[in-house]
Design a protein around this ligand. Sequence first.
Ligand code: FES
Length: 303
Amino acid sequence: MSDERDTHELPTPSLWPIGFAIGVACVLVGLVVSVPVLIVGAAIAIVFGILWIRDLFTTRPAPAAPGPAVAPEPRTATVADLAAPVDRATFLSAATIGVGGLIGAAVTLPVLGFAVLPSFEGDRVKTHDVNLGPITNFPEGEFVIATFMDDPDEGEVSRRTAFIRNNGRTDAGVPSFTTIYSRCVHLGCPVQPNGPIDESAKKDVNGVELRPVLAASFGCPCHGGLYDSEGNRFAGPPVRSLDRFEFSIKNGDLILGRTFSVGHVEGTGAKAQISRYYKAFPGVHVDGVERILYPIPTPGSTG
Ligand code: FES
């Protein structure tokens, strides 16, 4: 009576699983650090995974018959070999790996999704247009503090502040406004204008509070972040310039739209050149080599 365990040939050691594991590790790191690392990891995992599977199905030579030792000739499986019935040990190996992979994916993917995906969603502050009233409420060359509710349905929790300055017109004749969002880009504290506020000239327009201010710069009371009148950081821990609101003018009214992030502002007023980026969390670099080195929001940063 024959015993299969005695005659079955053990698989030869392979490096493909190690390469596959390195690829999976790169995918996991890439999910946290950056998309290019994720793509490279996925490519490594796919290539080594295919090689590994191919290795499992490669036909191995039968045990050598008694007699003079002859080096067996390894050969790669052909299509016909792959279509042929596989032996029990190969089937069990492949099934174990496949089922293990499915269980691992079922357990880890939901956890990764909840843990990592919010990092890629960006910051969703400001989704509603806000009408700040006639542009005549904004004297040229002066800052006005505009305080409003982003979404009245959400109530006070959606209250925002913008520092608005009418810059007149650009060289092309287009109205220009500096529209700085007050949230500090270090950890999210409310930035204050450095200069006297004219409370006697306070206005309420469509539920928006407008207060003129002589602001030469902006300061953050939390950790001493300082920004110039264009919102560029010039002291303290903030990592980029202050965010801004998109704006438009409709029927003579100034309308604030979504917020966006700013790397740096060159020039001032109507001549300012703004390096604009998708909305990022406070504490996140949007440009330069730091963008690659420090892609994760600072713990504790708030919207
Ligand atoms: S939160 Fe503004 S400097 Fe830290």
